[in-house]
Design a protein. Structure first.
Length: 293
């Protein structure tokens, strides 16, 4: 069972984890053991390439990092395809596990009819539900944040696509497949509204909606000079010796960045927090060496 972005958003008003609380403790424990921190991915979904074992905890931390960066970044960041594929698959698997536990164990609800026994049996399942809902909340918020930026920078994204010869592959690294479809439909609706309400009543030379040569730029681009708070985390793999941009001085590691307005170099020490313009740290953020906070 695959879960895509549309499936996650469709569940906003639907309780997908409602279960019967009269469950057997041994089966609940088996379900918990199946969600340990080491999970091997299904290699059939990766073009027969076997993916390495990836920690659930690591994936969740990566999700939180992408979510936080997306919320505080002025631009739309590249979509984490592999991470979201793993997470959505795991969410789907966990939903099925919880549903199977509740369905298969209804017949065993007479094994322990005491109140204390039922409370003990349902506690592990409640923990599983709470953890699942927490992950789903972050995924929904992450997707909503991205969709709001797609709405805001619709014309800007279309310009990127047109500059690359009109090929959707030019923005495939930036958007997911569902987001590409959403952006195309949103842009078509927006263009239709403009044409029907305003543009068709104007002279042909004034009907362009992507004019950048006038006194006002009609393309709403990200604010590259926005000030952001950044935490310098260092290379993603924590292998400091293999990062060519990382400089070691005495007992500290730092990156050198240049502030063009001041024509000045700044040392960004690993583990420290700074307030800088987004354009200064954009490359480091793309490489995963800093985190927005």
């Amino acid at each position: 069972m695959d879960v895509n972005i549309d499936d996650i958003l469709a569940e906003l008003d639907q309780d997908t984890t409602a279960v019967d609380y009269k469950v057997d403790a041994s089966s609940s424990q088996n379900a918990i053991n199946s969600t340990n921190d080491q999970t091997v991915l299904n290699s059939s979904l990766t073009n027969t390439k076997i993916q390495p074992t990836i920690s659930l905890e690591k994936d969740y931390k990566l999700l939180l990092r992408h979510w936080q960066n997306e919320r505080f970044s002025p631009e739309l960041l590249p979509y984490p395809h592999l991470l979201m594929e793993r997470l959505l698959r795991r969410v789907s698997t966990q939903i099925e596990s919880i549903e199977l536990i509740s369905m298969n164990l209804i017949d065993n609800d007479n094994v322990d009819t005491s109140k204390n026994g039922n409370n003990l049996n349902m506690l592990p399942l409640l923990v599983m539900e709470a953890e699942l809902e927490r992950v789903k909340f972050v995924i929904r918020s992450f997707i909503r944040c991205r969709l709001s930026k797609i709405d805001k920078f619709s014309l800007y994204l279309r310009t990127i696509r047109d500059n690359e010869g009109g090929n959707d592959r030019s923005i495939n690294g930036l958007l997911s497949e569902s987001e590409v479809v959403y952006h195309q439909k949103h842009f078509n609706i927006l263009l239709k509204i403009f044409n029907n309400s305003i543009l068709q009543h104007l002279p042909s030379e004034l009907q362009a909606i992507n004019d950048t040569e006038g006194s006002v730029n009609m393309i709403d681009a990200p604010d590259w000079d926005k000030f952001v708070f950044v935490l310098v985390t260092g290379p993603p793999n924590s292998n400091f010796s293999e990062d060519p941009l990382l400089i070691k001085s005495q007992d500290k590691f730092y990156y050198n960045v240049t502030v063009e307005e001041l024509n000045e170099d700044i040392e960004l020490t690993v583990g420290s927090i700074y307030v800088l313009r987004y354009s200064v740290i954009k490359t480091l953020l793309t490489d995963g060496k800093v985190q927005l906070i």
